[in-house]
Write a protein that binds this ligand. Structure first.
Ligand code: SF4
Length: 94
């Protein structure tokens, strides 16, 4: 399915991001560094779900997106892949 792009002057989810104006380094901590502060910013963000889905859809490998770390997003991707495989298998056997 083709993605419908918004008009240039139409607001997009990024316009409502809680992290606008926040130091981007906070969302890309060094390996092993705390993600707590970034997640705290995400916690009150009204576009958290859009942000997370964007990261999952685009395979963002680094940083905090939608309040989740790389490892947490990997887990979601794995769970979704398993669910898709199970759904495909049950549709084949049905
Ligand atoms: S969820 Fe976090 S990283 Fe995503 S837009 Fe909101 S504040 Fe920024």
């Amino acid at each position: 399915m083709r993605e419908v792009l918004p008009e240039p002057d139409e607001p997009v989810w990024q316009d409502y991001a809680n992290c606008l104006g926040v130091d981007p380094d906070l969302f890309f901590p060094e390996r092993g560094a705390s993600t707590r502060e970034a997640k705290e910013v995400c916690r009150g963000c009204v576009v958290q779900e859009d942000c997370l889905e964007y990261a999952l859809r685009n395979g963002e490998k680094f940083g905090i997106w939608g309040g989740m770390s790389e490892r947490e997003r990997r887990r979601i991707r794995r769970q979704r892949a398993l669910a898709r495989a199970a759904a495909e298998e049950s549709s084949v056997t049905a």
